[in-house]
Design a binder for this molecule. Structure first.
Ligand code: GLA
Length: 393
């Protein structure tokens, strides 16, 4: 995975589309990937998350197909796949087409008749890096198709369509965070979401003195591997023991009182979730007050808990986070943690802006020395959620 970005814009997409299909797109939609600042593995426990959208996007260009069949193609040289309107809403090959098939199916379930379309998909969100390339894909497809069909589907509904696509067409039992931030993200803002009722609030992230640094561990992760689903089951087991509907209703005192009944594993899983919700609240407050030290403490606590209690980190990611304490410029790092589902992917750090390039350089250097792995990083600002790049008048 390479975090250094290739730019994607209307000028680069239009000729590309025309070369494939011999006509122009009527709609081009974009949706971003995300990095989660804090609140990991809390979304499917009715808890709190605090992600921000990235400036990296998935772009989908579409127009009705003159052939009566769907024709879809990825911009990176894949061959065009052709599907009948019936096939387009069922699972099938190639695997990537399921992200589109799922969205078509979910739109049809909501009474939207999707015509056969010619579709070009392009993305600069790295795949398998824990930056939600799939959510960006689903949400951009949904945004493009809704605009093409002339129907108004709210960003939150588009997020739910993306999540249902993951569940039913991709076999990933994910929560709502990734699709929600991809659909609802706002430039220069992080978003705090209450996954219990999907209410949310934007928090400005405009302090020029603080930068968000994302570093790839170069370990590919996959949420379909079983570790993610197993964590969800552990949380459900803990709820069953405690007699609650979700871990949202559980306090640290209640956990302690039921420690023996829960057993070590479920106790630790639940302790992560309950503690993480508290850390999100602390982080949000710190962000609002510009208290970066406090924000960093919450991030560091989150990482330790994900590593030790939830056990979703890995040696490489722990090495990167560890380096944030030991590099020569360590005092310029407020906090760092694994980001996303875990088992690889990226770390996210809050760093003093005047030292961010130096910190990145030292981290990459240290990582190469420790593990022999070359990797990449980006310094990013919060990007814009799903939007149209182009629509024919
Ligand atoms: C993945 C899932 C999200 C969320 C995170 C962990 O990114 O898609 O729903 O559960 O893992 O916080």
């Amino acid at each position: 995975m390479d975090l250094e970005q290739r730019s994607i814009n209307v000028d680069s997409l239009l000729p590309h589309y025309e070369r494939y299909f011999g006509h122009s797109p009527t709609v081009i939609a974009a949706a971003p990937g995300r990095v989660n600042l804090i609140g990991e593995h809390t979304d499917y426990n009715n808890g709190f998350v605090l992600p921000m959208a990235l400036e990296m996007i998935n772009a989908v260009s579409v127009a009705p197909s003159p052939t009566g069949k769907h024709r879809w193609v990825g911009a990176l040289g894949d061959s065009i796949i052709e599907l009948s309107p019936e096939e387009a809403s069922q699972t099938g090959d190639p695997f990537w087409s399921n992200y589109v098939r799922g969205v078509v199916c979910m739109l049809e379930r909501r009474g939207v008749k999707v015509p056969a379309v010619d579709m070009l998909v392009d993305s600069n969100v790295p795949r398998g890096g824990g930056l939600s390339s799939s959510a960006a894909f689903e949400v951009s497809v949904c945004t493009a198709l809704a605009a093409l069909c002339g129907v108004d589907i709210s960003p939150t509904e588009r997020a739910l369509i993306g999540q249902q696509t993951e569940h039913e067409f991709v076999n990933v039992p994910c929560g709502i965070m990734d699709q929600f931030i991809s659909a609802n993200g706002k430039k220069d803002h992080a978003l705090m979401l209450d996954c219990k009722d999907l209410s949310y609030q934007y928090i400005p992230m405009t302090d020029p003195d603080v930068s968000v640094l994302v570093i790839d561990s170069a370990v590919k992760h996959s949420l379909a591997d079983g570790g993610y689903a197993a964590r969800r089951r552990n949380c459900e087991e803990a709820c069953a023991v405690l007699g609650v509907e979700s871990l949202r209703e559980v306090s640290l005192n209640m956990l302690e009182a039921n420690k023996t009944k829960l057993g070590d594993l479920c106790y630790r899983r639940a302790r992560h979730v309950v503690g993480e919700n508290l850390r999100v609240a602390n982080f949000a407050k710190a962000l609002e007050e510009g208290d970066w030290e406090a924000a960093g403490i919450a991030m560091r606590g989150s990482h330790a808990s994900l590593r030790d209690d939830f056990e979703v980190s890995c040696a490489e990611v722990d090495t990167l986070v560890g380096l944030s304490y030991t590099i020569p410029s360590a005092e310029s790092v407020y906090g760092a943690r694994m980001a996303g589902g875990g088992f690889g992917g990226c770390i996210v750090a809050l760093v003093k802006s005047d030292a961010v390039e130096q910190v990145a350089h030292e981290m990459l250097e240290g990582y190469r020395e420790a593990l022999g792995i070359e990797t990449t990083y980006i310094v990013t600002r919060p990007g814009q959620g799903a939007h149209l790049l182009f629509q024919e008048q």
